[in-house]
Design a protein around this ligand. Structure first.
Ligand SMILES: NC(=O)c1ccc[n+]([C@@H]2O[C@H](COP(=O)([O-])OP(=O)(O)OC[C@H]3O[C@@H](n4cnc5c(N)ncnc54)[C@H](O)[C@@H]3O)[C@@H](O)[C@H]2O)c1
Length: 256
């Protein structure tokens, strides 16, 4: 039956940055599809809340404090996941940060912050979990890129973010090619403007919000929940022949 292909029953999923925003949505979506969840989150306030919500749904959930900028922290998270759950089926690399600043004003620290979280941290999560998936001969990795990896947003300047997300798209293809022989699929999602709590002030700001909405053919921000089903598709057997792709979910922004 076709809907059974979307089931994540008995799967174990790690979601980085699962404490809030889109990461929390991915935790809920995977859990609704049947998975147990590791919330790998730097924020000690939000991570446990998401984990408690997942437990309330009847799934196993564990908050593991994780800083994706720190390889030791990533490895400790993977080791703890293996100790508690015995396997890792899904890695959702969602943690990310943005800096809006003209390129000529970007400092070395600011540049490195964005690249460290969005690209280097994501790679070392892929590597640490990928080693485990190679040993298992199965697994599924989803990297959260952005439409900013494909186009240049306006009016805000965010060169470091755009560069990091373009790199995530190419890294996704590279890992998909390298790890296909191990039965590991690696895909990306490139969201457009999503109406998260963090984004709402920008949409309410006439300087940004009006410009953004005019540039979206569907004339509205995406609802965070609109990414959940796509994530379940890429995490499940429903996408068993899909690897190395970037699924753009942007209300049509990148058409124009
Ligand atoms: N919101 C959007 O419109 C949008 C659009 C395209 C792509 N994205 C991407 O989606 C992802 C989630 O975005 P969001 O809007 O939910 O952002 P958010 O700021 O609401 O959430 C990001 C989460 O990542 C966590 N995090 C940050 N640094 C971390 C670190 N070093 N280690 C572990 N966790 C860390 C934060 O604590 C937070 O829980 C990001 O990769 C972002 O670039 C967002």
């Amino acid at each position: 039956m076709v809907l059974e292909k979307f089931s994540l029953a008995n799967q174990v999923a790690i979601v980085t940055g699962g404490g809030q925003g889109l990461g929390k949505v991915f935790c809920h979506a995977f859990a609704e599809a049947g998975a147990d969840i590791v919330v790998a989150e730097i924020n000690p306030e939000t991570g446990p809340t998401t984990a408690a919500e997942i437990e309330a749904m009847g799934r196993r959930a564990l908050f593991i404090p994780t800083d994706v900028r720190d390889k030791a922290s990533i490895q400790a998270m993977v080791d703890r996941t293996m100790a508690e759950f015995g396997k890792i089926d899904i890695l959702m690399n969602n943690a990310g940060i943005v800096q809006h600043l003209e390129a000529e004003k970007v400092t070395e620290a600011g540049w490195r912050d964005v690249i460290d979280v969005n690209l280097t941290g994501l790679f070392f999560c892929c590597q640490a979990v990928g080693r485990q998936m190679i040993a298992q001969r199965s697994g599924c990795i989803i990297n959260i890129a952005s439409m900013s990896g494909l186009i240049v947003n306006f009016p805000q300047c965010q060169a470091s973010y755009n560069a990091s997300k373009a790199a995530v798209i190419q890294l996704t293809k590279s890992l998909a090619a390298e790890w296909a022989p191990y039965n590991i699929r690696v895909n990306a999602i490139a969201p457009g403007y999503m109406g998260t709590d963090m984004a709402k002030p920008f949409f309410d700001d006439p300087e940004y919000g009006g410009v953004w909405i005019r540039a979206i053919p569907m004339k509205r921000p995406g609802k965070p929940e609109e990414l959940g089903p796509a994530a379940v598709f890429l995490a499940s057997d429903a996408s068993s022949y899909v690897t190395g792709t970037t699924l753009v979910i942007d209300g049509g922004y990148t058409i124009w």
